[in-house]
Design a protein around this ligand. Structure first.
Ligand SMILES: Nc1ncnc2c1ncn2[C@@H]1O[C@H](COP(=O)(O)OP(=O)(O)OP(=O)(O)O)[C@@H](O)[C@H]1O
Ligand SMILES: [Mg+2]
Length: 299
């Protein structure tokens, strides 16, 4: 077997370095300051993460990865104002976050559309809640539905749509409220591989057209790399930030890049950060007893 030497995963081309320079010059939208989340007290106290500090710039795309249980959902729920940190602070446009608000849009894995409302009424819902007249809400909802490519389905009900289409409606509904930041917790986790890949491409196209910053949680390393500007890697034992990585893969992103040296180098690094050099877990091995020897001669 030949092995190919990969570049350093932090190595950026001059174009990518210039792009990050421009991102850093944009205003900071979200400040995460020494955030800690713990459960319980005394000896049974469990720190999910601590010392999480991060600035996210306007229109940046941040993905968050880490092993199951490291606190990805907890982190995004605290940003959403649905959960409270034990200590530390989150500032959105310099205002401390303490409760949910229309400046944060959310898209989760489970389909969260109202099943009794049509696509259009689902998207209009938040707009009307915020005091838009019905006719204005309808016009605006149509624009967002059109943008996610579902104009033909505005009068359909959620049960008449595929999983990917439902998530596009959820994205339209979240963006219709013009949030400053879109929070996405494994939004494509329940989709088949083909649809997931399409959704990733749709999301990048949508993000290009809208003034929105995205915080996106995923388990999937390819997805994290394909979408992001930067990747926040969380860990367990102890919980917290392992690394915040500037993604060296140039934009626009394409399928061919999945095999590029910089993509593979970053993926190897992420894999190492999440799984380390541990030998395979003994618990993963099944007992050796066999049920048949038929067909062994063909092996
Ligand atoms: N109400 C609770 N009481 C005690 N511990 C909790 C509670 N809610 C969550 N936890 C713990 O917080 C940790 C983080 O959970 P969280 O759901 O944020 O992880 P995650 O990284 O999103 O995992 P996954 O990848 O499986 O979605 C877990 O160890 C979990 O057991
Ligand atoms: Mg989670």
């Amino acid at each position: 077997m030949t092995t190919v030497a990969l570049p350093d995963y932090r190595q950026q081309s001059p174009e990518v370095a210039a792009r990050f320079q421009r991102i850093r010059e944009r205003p900071v939208i979200l400040q995460v300051r020494d955030l800690e989340k713990a459960y319980g007290a005394g000896p049974s106290r469990h720190v999910v993460f601590d010392h999480v500090t991060l600035d996210i710039h306007r229109r940046e795309f941040i993905t968050v990865i880490g092993p199951s249980g490291c606190g990805k959902s907890t982190f995004v729920r605290i940003v959403a104002g649905l959960d409270e940190a034990t200590s530390g602070q989150i500032l959105l446009d310099n205002h401390p976050v303490s409760e949910p608000g229309p400046d944060r849009g959310m898209v989760f894995q489970g389909y969260t559309l109202f099943p009794w409302l049509t696509v259009k009424r689902n998207v209009m819902f938040g707009l009307e809640m915020r005091g838009r007249a019905r006719s204005t809400a309808e016009t605006e909802a149509r624009q967002w539905i059109d943008m996610v490519g579902l104009a033909k389905f505005e009068n359909s009900y959620p049960h008449e749509l595929s999983g990917g289409m439902k998530q596009r409606v959820a994205i339209a509904r979240a963006l219709a409220n013009e949030p400053r930041i879109l929070l996405m917790d494994e939004p494509f986790g329940a989709l088949d591989a083909q649809t997931r890949w399409k959704m990733q491409k749709y999301l990048l196209q949508i993000w290009k057209k809208v003034d929105v910053t995205i915080l996106f949680i995923t388990h999937d390393l390819d997805e994290a790399i394909f979408l992001s500007d930067r990747i926040l890697v969380l860990g367990t034992n102890p919980g917290g930030v392992r690394e915040i990585i500037e993604n060296p893969v140039p934009r626009p992103r394409t399928l061919e890049q999945f095999l590029s040296p910089e993509f593979l180098a970053l993926k190897a690094r992420l894999d190492h950060l999440i799984h380390g050099d541990e030998p395979p877990d003994e618990e993963d091995k099944l007992p050796l007893g066999r049920m048949t020897t038929a067909g062994d001669d063909a092996e």
